[in-house]
Every structure is written in C-alpha cells, then in structure tokens.
Design a protein around this ligand. Structure first.
Ligand code: NOJ
Length: 471
C-alpha cells in the first residue's frame, strides 16, 4: 500500500447497502429490530441508499472527488447467513466487486469487519453478551482474511465498541434495547475486546506483509472544564467508562488493575473474565487505531440523580427544534458536564473543532507513536435542497474545515495521523435517527429513484484534497 496520506470517506453496511435479504443474506439484529414492534420509528435500512446496486456509481463519485481511500464495512450475515458456518458465496462476490471497483480507481479499502450489525442468530443467543460470540467472530473474520487477503490492506475489527455497547445496554436505543444495565454493558465491552483479540490472532496466522489491522474507537478522551482534583477524578472515571476498557487492552493488551477494582466496587460481577482470554488479549494487539472525532467528553464530579443515560434522538426524526443535551452519569463516578459557551448541533451535540487536536494529542501522550486514522468526522444536519436537489451545506464545510485545521495541526505537532475519512460518503440511514439526519458529501434523493447529487461540501472536499494530497 502506498504511504501517501489517505483522504476518503466512510459508510457502513447496514446504513447504506439495502438489499437486506437479497442473494442469500441472513438477518442481522438490526433487520430484526427494525422489523419489530420495538422500532417505534418504523424506519428501516431495508433499502436505504441501495449501495448494493449503486456501488459502481458511488465509488466513481469518490474517485472523481480525488478520494484515494474508502472505509466501508462487511455485513457478517451476508457472508455467514446462518449459524451452520456455511459461507454464502454471493456475499463474498458482492464485496469482491466493491474491491474491484476500488482497485480500478486506486482507492485503498479500509474495511470494518463489524459495524453494529451482528447476525440475528447470535443476537438470539444473547448477542454481545453470549460467551460464544468471540469464537463465532474469529471464524467469520478468518473467512474474510482467507478470501480477501491483502486485497484489503487496512482491516478494522469492530466499529465503536464503546458507543455500540453504550447504546445497546445503557441508553437502550440500539438492540437489544436495555437501559441502565451496567452489568451487561461490562460483559458486552469485555466480549467485544475478546472478539477483537481473537480476530487479530486469526489475522496474524496469515503473515500478511501488506495488510494491517486495527479497531475503531468512537469517543474522545475525557476532559474537564476545571483542574480541581474532584474534576480530575471524574475525568479518570469517565475514561474508565468509555475509553480505557477499549484502548488499553487493544493497544497494550491489558486492563488497568485500578479500573477493574473500581468496576467491582460498583457491584459488577466480573466472573465472565477468563485467564485464557486475557492471555489472548496480551498477545494480540492492534497495528493502528481508528479514531472517530465528533465532540468532547466533558466530565464533572457526580452530583445527584442516580445512574442514568440519555441521548437526543431529536423528536423522532421530524426535523424540529429539540436541542436537549445528552447525559451520562454513574452514581459516585462522574456526570457529563456542559459548556454553556459552545455551539450545538440539532441533536444537542457540541460542535467543538479544537477537540480534534486534544483528542489526538492525548492519544499520543498516552500511546506514543501509534498510527492513527481518523476513521470518521462529519456533521449531521437537516439539509435543505433546492429544486434541483442541490444542497449548499456551508455549515458542513465550516465544520470539516475547522476540524481539519486542528487535525493537521496535531499531525504537524507529531501525531502519527495517516488518513482522514469524512462521515459519510453519501446520505444514508442514521440508525435510530433515520434518514433526516444527513451527513453525506453526496445527497441521496430518497423520493426520486435514489438519485445521487453531490453537495457543495463534495466540491469543497475535492478542492481541499487537491491542495493537501502530498502532506
Ligand atoms: C458513528 C458511527 O460509526 C456511525 O455508524 C454513525 O452513523 C455516525 N457515528 C454518526 O453518528
């Protein structure tokens, strides 16, 4: 793989492919959830922007923009539709065709092996809390390594295990929709990191010379608005919740004993931890970190109100005014803080470009020179199109320009940043926020044959890449 800086954009299988039951694909937990009563929005990814049938057009559009890399994910249940371990050749063929298209334009594939969409047959056994999940994942990833090999030079095991576990078991807005369940959160987090390590163990068996493996982390290191000792303690605890249990085993191959002791004090039963898993983690760490950058993680000392987790899914996707803030609080540990002076997006999330710099510098401070790819960065908005479907998304351009300013500054200051991916390549299904929360560089007209129309930000990115391709 060329050592050029990678400039690209990202998508994920369930969010863009559609074709949810085509060519032998099995159901994932997202298919199951979206088709069930629990999905009160009734919005699904059944068709989405139908990348399954539009991949040629979409990849050509990336190339025309000057992008030299594409981050996408493989749908596990397209490859292994049933629990019998029989490989669906048509599933492999689809991704072969996507890779052919990338090769045609010199686009480097950066491929995530799972992006939230566990096969439903694993969901039925307990999902990420099923202790067999890591062997199942190891088997699935081996099938991928064997088949795709070095055609994929950048593999990532799991997308945002932190956010995924959080939504599954704390907020309850992702399947299996459990709320405030710290016991299952801890179990899920642990199993995910065992999955990560076992997949890496499979990967290493192939002795690839031109392929590397990482995982994608979804949040910034915690920070605070005050230096007082109680705030520092809250920062540490917020990191214990959403950073350290992922980054430390993935990069260092071990857990911090203080973290483990504190988790036990919360009353969490850690009997699921096995020495053999810890040994596998120790020997199987990542080559690079995928870091998604959106906003800060501000901590303050826990005050009151009990353990609770809320998100803002903005009034069931109707595009209105809801600016409610998100809350994370663990009794005795921390609460998330709010800075009254920062701008918020329509979902109550901070727009805070300097967090890109602090995130990268703090990662370097802790983990040294590890290669980092910014695997996602982007702006969710209720885009308004003109009569030709064109979107003048100046807000998105401003967001990306400002975040990139800080990312490039961190690179100049010594962080080993090797690539950047806008979330997202085109408009797609935004999980529980449906289709009105748009992130794409390219608009998808869902009412008009899924027509693709590049937005102003697409042309801005093209220009930006042309000026920065040799950094
Ligand atoms: C993180 C996730 O990886 C992706 O699936 C999601 O749509 C974006 N962030 C935007 O929220």
């Amino acid at each position: 793989m060329s050592e050029k800086f990678l400039w690209g954009s990202a998508t994920a299988a369930y969010q863009c492919e559609g074709a949810w039951d085509e060519d032998g694909k099995g159901a994932s937990i997202w298919d199951e959830f979206c088709h069930s009563e629990a999905n009160t929005t009734k919005i699904t990814g059944d068709v989405s922007c139908d990348f399954y049938h539009h991949y040629q057009e979409d990849i050509k559009m990336m190339a025309d923009c000057g992008q030299n890399t594409y981050r996408f994910s493989i749908s596990w249940s397209r490859i292994l539709p049933k629990e019998d371990h029989v490989v669906n050749q048509k599933g492999l063929e689809f991704y072969d065709k996507v890779l052919d298209e990338c090769e045609k334009y010199g686009i480097v594939p950066n491929v995530t092996l799972i992006h939230y969409d566990l096969p439903d047959y694993i969901g039925a056994k307990g999902g990420w809390c099923y202790d067999g999940v890591s062997d199942e994942f190891a088997y699935y990833t081996k099938v991928c390594f064997e088949h795709f090999g070095e055609r994929i030079p950048l593999y990532t095991t799991i997308n945002e295990p932190n956010h995924n576990a959080y939504c599954n078991y704390c907020v309850g807005n992702y399947p299996p929709n459990e709320k405030n369940n710290l016991q299952d959160y801890a179990h899920c987090v642990y199993n995910m990191m065992v999955c990560n390590a076992k997949a890496i163990r499979e990967f290493r068996k192939f002795n690839f010379k031109n392929a590397k493996i990482g995982y994608v982390h979804g949040c910034a290191p915690a920070t605070a608005l005050s230096d007082e000792p109680a705030y520092k303690e809250a920062v540490k605890k917020l990191d214990f919740f959403c950073n350290d249990p992922f980054t430390e085993p993935a990069i260092w191959g071990r857990y911090n004993p203080e973290l483990v002791a504190e988790v036990k004090k919360l009353g969490i039963d850690l009997s699921f931890v096995k020495q053999e898993d810890l040994d596998i983690m120790k020997d199987n760490t990542i080559d690079f970190l995928g870091q998604n950058i959106y906003s800060r993680q501000l901590a303050k000392p826990y005050e009151s109100g009990g353990t609770r987790f809320t998100v803002n899914n903005a009034g069931n996707n109707d595009g209105t005014k809801n600016t409610a803030r998100e809350t994370r609080a663990i009794e005795g540990w921390f609460e998330t803080d709010r800075d009254p002076n920062t701008q918020l997006n329509k979902w109550g999330r901070e727009i805070y470009p300097a967090c890109a710099y602090s995130t990268l510098m703090l990662r370097k401070e802790k983990f040294g020179n590890i290669p980092i790819y910014i695997t996602e960065c982007g702006h969710g908005a209720y885009d308004i199109a003109d009569e030709n479907g064109y979107v003048e998304d100046d807000d998105r351009i401003e967001f990306l320009e400002n975040y990139l300013h800080y990312i490039l500054k961190a690179k100049e200051d010594g962080v080993n940043v090797k690539g950047f991916y806008v979330w997202s390549t085109m408009d797609l299904y935004s999980w529980i926020n449906g289709y009105k929360k748009r992130y794409g560089l390219v608009r998808v007209d869902y009412d008009n044959g899924l027509k693709r129309i590049p937005k102003k930000s697409y042309y801005w990115y093209k220009d930006f890449i042309s000026k920065h391709k040799d950094i």
